[in-house]
Design a protein around this ligand. Structure first.
Ligand code: CAA
Length: 707
């Protein structure tokens, strides 16, 4: 995002006695210090012009404005601050109209709320999404919104951070009117109505807010129950409650709460996650135009294939799903149909979109029908022999220029590519289950993969609303490789004395939706055992191996689907730890002569997180991931890493290399094979470097950095 020159940030023009201020800072008119300073000055100029009787603010480009410049967060405040600019607008003796189009989020809506009248154009979305960034509206939004909507609606909008469509905004009193015209014309129209007396312009700050104890109490209970780990929603509630005070007291209270959150780790984590989602698109191949793709094929009608076919259909593509076993074709077809119905129900598809998706879908056992597909995604079982055989056949069937992708979770994509005479067209597209819900796609670039195949994969994933992350070839790529070490750390903690319920509880308190043992039960212990069995022959003899999961499987306890695993289940709901599994753990500790140690929740989190960070550091060292921020994106969008923690690499920077090295060296006294200090971590300690610094450079911009 290039900075426009200060002169170009706003344009002032006049239409008779109406002065117009156009915000013009591509791509989203973010209200950083330069733009808000320019707005302030432009407003002053028009105030001082005796020929001007009303002022209109509107935005150039796709949006009115996306709000404050998120890149400024964490930096020292520079005057004029947004609250100062908005106070001046609200106190303006001439009526000020905000004419809104596209989006007006955060500070942009706060700006509009400080004006004396708001006109929206159809399609506008407004909102105060600050809680999603670990903040609250700190430029008067929590004081001025309730003055227009009442306390209850303001609590709903501010504490959820949700978008509000123009129609709801009108009904709620946020907008005064909707005019179907370009924002500039709508603004002039509204200003004329104010000047002629048909519309009343109001100074928001002069309004009063009625107390509403019932709504406040209900919201406090709801937020504490729903998001106990997050500070921002409850602080935002406190800020909204201050709206019943005189305006200046409320504004001061709000600003104090805002500054407290601005300094917090929750804000750092959520802002990092915002930029991580966008940073992954900066890849070495980014300037190479992608190939056109319209018709896609998915091979394999199991859970993954069905999920991938669904997401492609929702994305608007024509999809052929091929299930080799003819007796399973019907089930695959029904599963996709059910997924599409679910998407319709959740509002992911409109009625028309649902009907269209259904007509674009076919399912059969005839592989040769994929001949005209532009991109084929293989999603069969994880067996190299089966995959290479299939790719050999696809090579013979598919048209020249078709991209052949594999959804393998850990197999060697170079070996799969070598089974074809077109390795440049072969790539890994690793979706996560359920593929129509999970946002991560690891784009695995093999040695011969052509650059435009990479950009095509990225373009496809973005069109599907996914977060594509470029990965190199290795066993498990980025995510599963780190997951393996995280799981091992948890298994060793279990052997060494922490109970699985304690481990799960500690990681859930850290913010994971489920701890590792609850996840294993959900995924099926038999599935993980099959993978371990497959890898047994290549496992180093020196590697510490926990047999606990195998012994639980030996009982026929495969987790949730069998009613028993680490936990007991009743109708799919966990009812508590499985005493039988606890006995197995204890017996195994005894058999190994291990005296159980005590681990606090902090110890548990420290070990699991350090294991992740150490492996992630090696993933960076080896060039498997482009940057630390890509690893954070993988963990956030594919593995349930708590968003407000920003990802393991942001956590690593918060902990610091020195402490991480100390931890690894301490843990290594018991298990030197597992706990090894990555060389990069030592260099970072020596050179006083952070992972955030590695996010900058030619592959990304400073936006990928932790703020
Ligand atoms: N500040 C800085 N950069 C922003 C930004 C913001 N508020 N909003 C978007 N951008 C950047 C993005 O990082 C992206 O940059 P790159 O192209 O360099 O990666 C670019 O603008 C385009 O954004 P998207 O890729 O997201 O484009 P989109 O069309 O898909 O979505 C959007 C546009 C709906 C505005 C979306 O970007 C969005 O929701 N932005 C966040 C809005 C937000 O949270 N605003 C509140 C900020 S907090 C605040 O305003 C109150 C305060 O005082 C603290």
């Amino acid at each position: 995002m290039k900075d426009a020159s200060p002169q170009a940030l706003v344009e002032i023009e006049t239409d008779g006695d109406i002065g117009l201020i156009r915000l013009s800072k591509p791509p989203v008119n973010a209200l950083g210090v330069a733009l808000r300073g320019a707005v302030h000055a432009a407003h002053q100029t028009l105030q001082d012009d005796p020929a001007i009787r009303a002022i209109v603010l509107y935005g150039a480009g796709r949006f009115f404005s996306a709000g404050a410049d998120i890149k400024d967060f964490g930096k020292a405040d520079v005057e004029p601050t947004l609250p100062q600019v908005l106070k001046a607008l609200n106190n303006s003796p001439k009526p000020v109209v905000a004419a809104l189009h596209g989006v007006a989020f955060g500070g942009a809506l706060e700006l509009a709320l400080a004006c004396h009248l708001r006109v929206g154009v159809p399609g506008l979305r407004v909102g105060l999404p600050e809680v999603k960034l670990g903040l609250l509206p700190g430029a008067g939004g929590a004081q001025r919104l309730p003055r227009l909507t009442g306390l209850s609606r303001a609590i709903d909008i501010i504490c959820s951070g949700r978008d509000v469509a123009a129609e709801e905004a009108l009904e709620a009193g946020i907008l005064d009117l909707i005019i179907d015209a370009p924002a500039r014309d709508a603004g002039i129209d509204a200003a004329r109505q104010v000047l002629s007396g048909t519309l009343t312009a109001l100074q928001t700050d002069s309004l009063q807010v009625a107390e509403d104890d019932a709504s406040v109490t209900a919201a406090r209970q709801r937020l504490a129950a729903k998001r106990p780990a997050l500070a921002a929603p409850l602080k935002a509630l406190e800020a909204v409650c201050a709206a019943t005070l005189p305006i200046d007291e409320g504004l001061a209270r709000e600003r104090g709460l805002f500054m407290g959150l601005m300094a917090g780790e929750e804000r750092a984590g959520l802002v990092h996650a915002f930029f991580a989602e966008r940073a992954t698109g900066r890849i070495p191949e980014q300037d190479v135009p992608p190939r056109d793709i319209a018709q896609l094929a998915v091979i394999g009608g199991g859970t993954m294939g069905v999920g991938i076919a669904t997401t492609l259909l929702i994305g608007g593509y024509e999809v052929r799903l091929i299930e080799a076993q003819s007796d399973r074709v019907g089930a695959a077809q029904e599963a996709v149909t059910a997924n599409l119905a679910g998407a319709l129900k959740r509002g992911k598809l409109s009625e028309a979109g649902h009907a269209a998706a259904s007509t674009r879908f076919t399912c059969s056992d005839a592989l040769d029908t994929v001949a005209e597909a532009d991109l084929v995604i293989e999603a069969i079982f994880e067996d190299m022999g089966a995959k290479t055989a299939l790719f050999g056949r696809l090579d013979a069937i598919c048209k020249p220029g078709a991209i052949l992708a594999t959804n393998t979770s850990y197999l060697d994509v170079n070996e799969i590519a070598a089974a074809t005479a077109r390795p440049e067209d072969v790539i890994g597209l690793h979706f996560f289950s359920p593929a129509h819900i999970m946002r991560l796609v690891e784009v695995v670039v093999a040695d011969a993969t052509a650059p435009e195949v990479v950009t095509t994969a990225f373009a496809l994933a973005r069109k599907l609303g996914k977060v594509p992350v470029r990965a190199g070839v290795c066993d498990g790529f980025i995510g599963n490789r780190i997951l393996t070490q995280y799981r091992r750390a948890a298994d060793y903690l279990l052997l060494d004395g922490a109970d699985f319920a304690e481990i799960d509880a500690a990681l859930e308190a850290f913010g994971f939706a489920m701890g590792p043992f609850a996840v294993s039960d959900l995924a099926g212990l038999d599935i993980a055992k099959a993978t371990r069995d497959r890898k047994a022959a290549t496992r180093p003899a020196s590697e510490r191996y926990s047999r606990v999961a195998d012994l639980i499987c030996d009982q026929g306890w495969y987790g949730r689907k069998t009613g028993q695993g680490y936990y007991l289940y009743d109708n799919g709901k966990a009812t508590g730890p499985n005493p039988g599994a606890m006995e197995i753990v204890k017996a195994e500790r005894q058999a190994l002569g291990l005296r159980p140690q005590r681990f606090t929740p902090d110890d548990i989190v420290a070990r699991c997180l350090t294991a992740m960070i150490a492996e992630a550091t090696r993933v960076i060292e080896e060039g498997i991931a482009l940057r630390p921020v890509d690893i954070d994106a993988v963990e956030l969008f594919g593995y349930g890493f708590p968003r407000h923690r920003g990802g393991p690499m942001l956590q690593a920077d918060l902990i610091g290399p020195e402490t991480l090295i100390q931890r690894i060296e301490t843990y290594a006294k018991d298990d030197p094979q597992f706990w090894q200090v990555p060389a990069l971590l030592r260099r970072m300690q020596r050179d006083k470097r952070s992972f955030a610094e590695m996010n900058s450079g030619p592959k990304t911009t400073e936006k990928g950095q932790a703020s």
